[in-house]
Structures are given as C-alpha cells and as structure tokens.
Design a protein around this ligand. Structure first.
Ligand code: MRU
Length: 362
C-alpha cells in the first residue's frame, strides 16, 4: 500500500541487528511514529499494549519476537519460555498461536546453534506469505465486488468495522485489500468506516484509506443500522481474528450486529482472512476464547490535548462497573462468504474443506 505515494510495509526487519521496526499504532492517527523492537519483552509488550494489532500483524510480530529471543540463547527451555510469554499476550487472534506453533515445530528438531538463524528466516517467510496472501485476497475480493451493482449511482459503497487494513497486516490488509484493489483498478468505491468503540480502530482505517486516496466517511458505530437499512451500503467486508472449522467468525466486538443488520436488509456480509486466521482445531465459535480487556478503555477517552500531547479524559468514575469484551462471534449462517487467499467459499465446513482439504481428516 502507498503511504503518501510511497509503497510501504508496516514492519521493517533488520537481520543484522536482530531487530524490527514497527509503527506505534497507539499514536495513530495523530502521529506516525516508528518504534524499534530488539528484545522479547519489547515484542510482547508491543502486542499486549496494541502498538501492533490486527491478527496477521500480531502473528508476524510474535514470530520475529521469538527469533529475537533466541538470538542470545536458543535452548529448548528458552524457546518454550519465550513462546509462553508471547502466547500470553492476546488470546483471540489465532495467528499469534499459529505462528508460534509453526516456529516451535520447525526449531525443536534443530540443534540449538542453528535455531536463531532458522527462526529469523521463518519469521521472514511468514511475513512474505502474509503479503502474498493478502494480495490474493484483494484479487478474489475484487472479483466479488465487480459483481455487485451499486444501489445508488456509480459508486460502490462498502462498509467495514475495526481496522482489517494495511495496518493490521504486513501489507495490503485483509478486508481492505479488495477495496484497495478496486480503487487501484479505477472501480469507484467509497468506504463507510465505523469508529469501533472503545479503542477506535476505525480511525486507523480512515487514516490509511486517506493515505492511499480512497474516499471514505467515518460513522459512529450506532449509525451502521440506519445506513444499511437506507440502501446506502452495497456490501460489508470485515476481517477476522479466528475462523472456526464450521465457519463461525470471531472479530472485533460489534461485527455481529453488522452481520444481523445485513441479513435483515439482504446486504452481502463478507469476511476476508488468510490461512493463518483459520483454526481447524476449533470446532465452532463457542470454543473461541474472547479477550476481556481493561475496563479503563471504556472509562477513559484518549486523544491529544490542545498542545498535541497524548492525553486521557475520564468519562466514568474509576469504580464504575464495565464489561469490555474485545471480540464477538458471528455465526457462519450470517456470513455470505469467506474471502481467502485460495478463493471465495461458503462459511461452512464444506466450504473450507473445498479450499483447504489438507487440514481436514476424515
Ligand atoms: O483488537 P484488534 O485491534 O487487534 O482487533 C483487530 C480486529 O478485530 C481485526 O478485524 C482482525 O484482527 C482482522 S485484521 C486483518
């Protein structure tokens, strides 16, 4: 994706220094600030504090975090301790656990002296796969978008939730990849961006769409229903943090409400995700762990003050009871189709079986 006309990735790896540079997403959309990660602890903290976020990027960062951890010592004990630290950061995005398991499978049989280099190479391979898979999602999603006649005028109106874009991946995004592909192919497209309380990841979506020049409008989450009912949306595309073997989808809290409103108004509701988000070991959505985040995300509103310094405003007393589930489950029956790097399929066991036969055992 372009950042002000320059093709840019969200993560820069420096193999010589055994470090990575990431964008501190807690400072966006008000400041674009790169941060160097050169230790296991810094990688874990960046994921936990959501300096990096979005399922695919969390997975890639964890893989590099493990490679960085092994640079100083690569015993089996160190490997497992580092995996435990990184694996405890965020529970719902399966990409994190998928990446760590992939590295462990590769590294454990190797002599310790070869593990650090092998880990770095595998982290780089995961990052490259992410870029290629998201580009393929863009091509498949564009095929779908081309088949949807705009309800009003010439412009296709796509609604999304949270940020499943460039910032949530190494490049291209998942839900936004078809949007960028459409825009780059001169298909007129406009994006309704829901704010995504309480962490406001929609503001990240608006920021990156603006950098690439894609027309968009930010809405409060609660405005989605009236737009969907009024025929002002042609399709909804969201990402996913985990897709169970039956096609149930875990994604940012609020996703389910959009799927329900789509069903009530005959609007297609698509979920775009790469292989690393599919959890074939998870039978259905009930088995997906839902992250419960700190209640202060609801009690406080964050932004910058008049001088531009980061600041927090309290909107509830510290003791006020709040619940803050970070994700919800959309049942497969409410998903019109999954868009993956291998193509488009129904959100069902059979649909996934057709695209990923090697992951199902009879
Ligand atoms: O809590 P976040 O911001 O990491 O949640 C992100 C989402 O829910 C995204 O929609 C999902 O990870 C897909 S990112 C391509």
């Amino acid at each position: 994706m372009n950042i002000d006309a320059t093709p840019t990735r969200t993560l820069r790896a420096d193999p010589a220094r055994r470090s990575i540079d990431i964008i501190d997403q807690t400072r966006l959309p008000l400041a674009l600030h790169w941060v160097r990660i050169a230790s296991l602890e810094a990688a874990a903290e960046a994921i936990r504090a959501m300096q990096v976020r979005g399922a695919p990027l969390i997975g890639v960062t964890a893989a590099y975090g493990l490679a960085i951890a092994l640079a100083s010592e690569a015993s089996e004990a160190r490997l497992d301790a580092a995996i435990a630290i990184l694996g405890a950061t965020r529970p719902t995005a399966v990409n994190l656990h998928w990446a760590l398991a992939r590295l462990r499978r590769l590294l454990l049989p190797l002599p310790p002296a070869r593990r650090a280099d092998a880990a770095w190479a595998e982290a780089a391979a995961i990052a490259e796969e992410d870029v290629a898979q998201n580009a393929a999602i863009g091509r498949h999603g564009l095929g779908l978008l081309r088949q949807i006649p705009p309800r009003r005028g010439q412009t296709l109106n796509v609604m999304t939730h949270c940020n499943a874009g460039w910032l949530a991946t190494v490049d291209h995004g998942t839900a936004l990849s078809p949007v960028y592909a459409a825009h780059d192919a001169s298909l007129p497209v406009h994006v309704w961006v829901s704010e995504t309380r309480p962490r406001n990841q929609g503001l990240l979506t608006a920021w990156e769409l603006a950098r690439h020049g894609v027309p968009h409008t930010v809405i409060a989450d609660n405005a989605a229903g009236i737009l969907l009912r009024a025929g002002r949306v042609d399709a909804v595309i969201v990402g996913a943090d985990r897709i169970a073997a039956n096609g149930d989808v875990a994604n940012k809290v609020g996703t389910y409400l959009k799927a329900l409103a789509c069903a009530d108004n005959d609007i297609p509701f698509y979920v775009a995700a790469p292989r690393s988000t599919l959890d074939f070991a998870c039978p259905d959505g009930n088995a997906i762990p839902i992250e419960e985040r700190d209640g202060d995300e609801l009690r406080e509103v964050r932004g910058v003050d008049a001088q531009g310094a980061p600041s927090a405003l309290r909107q509830l007393p510290p003791g006020e009871a709040v619940a803050n589930p970070a994700f919800d489950i959309t049942p497969a029956r409410r998903v019109s189709a999954l868009i993956t790097e291998r193509g488009v399929c129904p959100a069902s066991r059979d649909g996934l079986l057709r695209l990923y036969p090697e992951n199902f055992h009879s």
